[in-house]
Write a protein of this length. Structure first.
Lengths: 316, 362, 259
């Protein structure tokens, strides 16, 4: 045949492209690659700057027992606060999502959803202010009550902090902060429940709650879990709200209502960094690297769960 | 509480014995739930009036007792299934109410405490040479504007071009890798972004560096993925027919994108960018470690420390000096200003999406 | 201006899937050529290959030779953008640019290519194109209104005006009337009769009466089964196709025995 045939064997021959096209496509691709570079940079620079701390003799690290011993209570505090937040926020967020999608009057639903979303717009430092001055004092009587009546549970052993700036308060502030994230994703999946499923349940004579239990919850379950994981990722990295609210002293403890609490990685960096220099900074960066890896893993898991759900939803 | 009642249940329910739901009067009159909550409110106020009156506890008691009353009366008159349904309705409604508590109390508290110093001095004076009373956050507000503008300048081109790449050009492995990593970036904690920017600039310019530009880089790490995500969604919504129409006119692809695709999506892009700005404008942690704080006005992001509104609020609160009340007042006003900035940006975003959307008849 | 198109041994792929096989055909200038056939037989795909719109779809490619007055459209130096300027296209659904006015829609082909024209020249061109598309009288008082405010038939004629404003040699129409009511369809068919003096027109249509009404030549595409490539079964003067086709399959299709 003609000469074109010979050149178009397996892969299509690159068509003629104009200079403008080449420049524009190149810069778009360049921007995309830049994102890869930035992310690689984040990891690389954190590793480079934390190397001095990782290789330094243990006694030069703050605390004198090496990076591991320095970071461990911080990681514990981070996980504890995040888990409290998750336990409080998830049921609440699911209930809110159900309220907005299935209970609130149609005309109000969008507006009510927007109100919840507004919680996500408030800067974290303002949550810190609110936590110290509004929430913490209001919780003190509640903590006293917990100590008196449930003091035998290690979580509530006390003695109650007089300021209310405890691990439980920090967890509650975090819960408020991740509430809009989880509820937004739950709302989205609840709205996607096929009308057919819902009507099938209603046609069987189910009450609204039975319909939700039969049709909505099973359909939205993995979406809710994914949303909760994303919220967890956010809670793990939250900095200033905790730095302000949590009164830090002492190491690992499960006591949620006393004034002796482990700090979190992020809050510790924010509090210590401005006054640090030399190896201390490298140590802080090393703790940041640990936080990065943990949030990375949590977010991956969350995306995987959410995307897996997307694969299944097509079948309906 | 609920007014919409589902049809009566079928004659037999496999799990429960035939219930009072089959009674002909097996439906709660519409006024009953309201009455239950009114009664609960009365009891709660009575209870609280005996001790020190606490409005929060009174509301709490009202919700708990009201739910209980509704459940009991429904259980007696409608049977267990309907009772459960009503119980859940009450719980779900209460959950929403609970979520409103932080929002309302926070806005109220910040406004109440912040309004004291919401005056002209606050917006026109820096803290230079101020001890105690007076002074303002002019330097911090301007610093925030400069750094946010710089962040936007870095993030929007990169984010928008990446979104264009993903939607218009991207294929295969590279596209998947970028999509994946944008997801990862979305989850980077803000403090880690700050540490990254510090580490980067410390390697180049030596340790202990504090620079407005470093702050902008840190914020860009947070802002770029938000811009990419929102722009990508919006660009995907542009109908393919418009691209084909333009290409078929012999318009090169890049001009098609610049002159047809982007203008069609401009409202959505504007909304996305505004929301992305709203997200970073209140970020504190990265600026705390990359930009630091100063009392004087410094508007040059390439030299020395700068003041920014969130960091200003943080230091005014945590290191107020003596006497502390003046600095704490300033901190609250800064917090109020931050909320207003963020909410204002959110409002602008909504207005953009409403008024600049292309007039399509489809 | 109108030019002839010669295709020889054209194979069209979507990735590894061969969609259209071995088409050899000559399309005459200053005439209307209709392509008919059942759904999925590749006639639209073939049409899109003629102005290199096919390759816009990722993985899609064309083999073989397509030449316009001897100029190889798929030659190593052929610029798809230039090809599309010479061969215009009108789509199934009217697709005026929603962000542009009627005036800007017509001028889009020039504006988007940043050709600088004097205002008066541009005005002339817009008027000429709209007149050419039989739309001028209906829109001359509202040239600055958005194009999406017109009716479907008007929008389609606006798209035709937009296509002829860049003064192509060939006009491809991909089921231009399938989304329109009968009256708008008639308006477009009348327009085609006018336009064929100046352009080579190729139209894909599902409507056999339309093919019979508007075209001089007709090509019948068919495929042997699902997953098989489409082929050009018969290409003959329209009169012959509809009265005395060479192929049995053509006759079956036209007489409504399938498709």
């Amino acid at each position: 045949m003609t000469a074109t045939k010979a050149t178009t064997e397996r892969r299509p021959r690159r068509p003629v492209r104009r200079r403008g096209d080449r420049i524009f496509a190149g810069s778009a691709q360049g921007a995309g690659i830049l994102i890869l570079v930035i992310l690689a940079g984040v990891a690389a620079f954190l590793v480079i700057e934390s190397l001095p701390a990782l290789t330094a003799p243990a006694e030069e690290i703050p605390g004198g027992e090496g990076v591991g011993a320095y970071v461990a209570p911080l990681l514990f505090g981070t996980l504890l606060a995040a888990v409290i937040a998750l336990l409080v926020a998830t049921p609440l967020a699911v209930a809110i999502a159900l309220f907005v999608t299935h209970y609130a009057p149609r005309r109000l639903a969008a507006g009510l959803g927007y109100l919840v979303d507004l919680l996500a717009a408030i800067p974290s430092i303002v949550y810190g202010f609110w936590g110290i001055f509004w929430l913490a004092p209001k919780l003190v009587p509640f903590y006293r009550w917990l100590e008196e009546n449930l003091g035998f549970v290690p979580l509530f052993a006390g003695p109650t902090s007089a300021t209310g700036r405890t691990m439980l308060t920090a967890g509650l502030v975090l819960a408020v902060m991740i509430l809009p994230i989880i509820s937004a994703i739950s709302r989205e999946v609840f709205q996607q429940v096929p009308t057919l499923h819902r009507e099938a349940a209603l046609a069987l004579g189910a009450t609204r709650w039975e319909m939700i239990r039969m049709a909505v919850i099973p359909y939205g379950k993995s979406g809710v879990i994914g949303g909760a994981m994303l919220g967890l990722g956010r809670a793990l990295g939250e900095t200033l709200a905790i730095a302000l609210v949590l009164s830090v002293s002492g190491g690992i403890t499960l006591n949620l209502i006393s004034s002796g609490n482990p700090s979190t990685v992020a809050a510790n960096v924010a509090l210590e960094f401005p006054e640090s220099s030399g190896l201390d900074i490298n140590t802080l960066i090393a703790s940041g690297l640990a936080l990065f890896l943990i949030t990375f893993a949590v977010n991956m898991l969350a995306r995987w769960i959410v995307n897996r759900r997307a694969d299944f939803s097509g079948a309906n | 509480m609920t007014t919409q009642i589902t049809p009566a249940p079928p004659a037999t329910d496999g799990r429960t014995t035939p219930s009072p739901a089959q009674r002909p009067e097996g439906r709660l009159p519409r006024w009953v739930p309201g009455a239950c909550f009114a009664a609960a409110a009365a009891v709660a106020v009575g209870l609280e009036a005996m001790g020190d009156f606490n409005i929060a506890l009174a509301v709490l008691w009202t919700a708990v007792l009201g739910t209980l009353f509704v459940w009991v009366s429904s259980r007696l008159m409608e049977g267990p299934r309907k009772a459960t349904d009503r119980l859940v309705t009450c719980l779900v409604g209460s959950a929403f109410g609970i979520a409103m508590v932080p929002l309302l109390s926070l806005v109220y508290e910040v406004t109440r405490r912040g309004i004291a110093r919401f005056d002209l001095t606050f917006f026109t004076y820096s803290l230079y040479g101020i001890v105690g009373e007076g002074g303002g956050a002019y330097h911090a507000l301007m610093g925030t504007l400069v750094i946010t503008a710089l962040t936007t300048l870095i993030s929007v081109p990169i984010g928008l071009l990446t979104a264009i790449y993903l939607v218009e050009y991207g294929t295969g492995r590279l596209k998947r890798a970028i999509t994946f990593l944008v997801d990862v970036m979305t989850g980077i904690p803000s403090i880690v972004a700050g540490l990254f920017a510090y580490a980067l600039f410390a390697l180049v310019l030596g340790p202990g560096i504090r620079l407005g530009f470093a702050g902008a880089v840190a914020l860009s790490v947070l802002m770029i993925p938000v811009v990419v995500r929102s722009s990508e969604e919006v660009l995907k919504l542009v109908p393919n027919e418009l691209r084909e129409a333009s290409l078929a006119l012999g318009v090169p692809k890049w001009r098609t994108i610049v002159k047809v695709v982007v203008p069609t999506a401009i409202a959505g892009l504007g909304t996305g960018v505004t929301l992305a700005i709203a997200r970073v404008v209140g970020e504190t942690a990265p600026l705390l470690i990359t930009v630091g704080i100063t009392n004087a006005t410094n508007l040059d992001p390439f030299a020395e420390r700068m003041a920014t509104l969130p960091v200003f609020a943080y230091y005014q609160l945590t290191q107020p000096g003596v006497p502390p009340e003046f600095a704490i007042d300033r901190a609250w006003t800064a917090a109020l200003l931050l909320i207003m900035l963020v909410m204002g940006l959110n409002l602008v975003a909504r207005l953009i999406s409403r008024y600049f959307a292309p007039k399509t008849s489809r | 201006m109108a030019k002839r198109i010669d295709c020889s041994d054209v194979n069209i792929y979507y990735g590894d899937f061969l969609a259209v096989e071995n088409v050899t055909v000559s399309i005459e200038p200053r005439s209307v050529t209709a392509l008919i056939g059942p759904s999925g037989c590749g006639k639209s795909t073939f049409l899109r290959a003629l102005n290199r719109m096919h390759e816009v779809i990722p993985g899609a490619r064309v083999e073989g030779k397509i030449a316009m007055d001897g100029q190889d459209l798929y030659g190593p130096d052929a610029d798809p953008v230039a090809v599309r300027r010479q061969i215009g296209m009108v789509f199934q659904r009217p697709n005026p640019f929603p962000t542009m006015s009627i005036y800007d829609n017509v001028a889009a082909g020039l504006r988007l290519n940043s050709k600088k024209l004097k205002k008066s020249d541009l005005d002339d061109l817009v008027e000429r194109s709209l007149r050419g598309a039989n739309l001028w009288n209906e829109v001359k008082d509202r040239l600055n209104r958005p194009g999406s405010g017109l009716s479907g038939g008007q929008q389609q004629r606006l798209c035709i005006a937009r296509a002829i404003a860049v003064e192509p040699d060939v006009l491809l129409m991909d089921e231009p009337c399938s989304a329109l009511d009968p009256i708008s369809t008639l308006a477009i068919e009348d327009l085609m009769a006018d336009l064929k003096d100046r352009f080579t027109i190729v139209i894909v249509t599902h409507n056999m009466q339309q093919a019979a009404r508007v075209s001089e030549q007709t090509g019948f595409f068919n495929l042997n089964g699902v997953g098989q490539p489409g082929r050009l079964i018969e290409f003959n003067p329209t009169e012959k196709i509809f009265s005395n086709p060479d192929q049995k399959a053509t006759e079956d299709y036209i007489s409504g025995r399938f498709g």
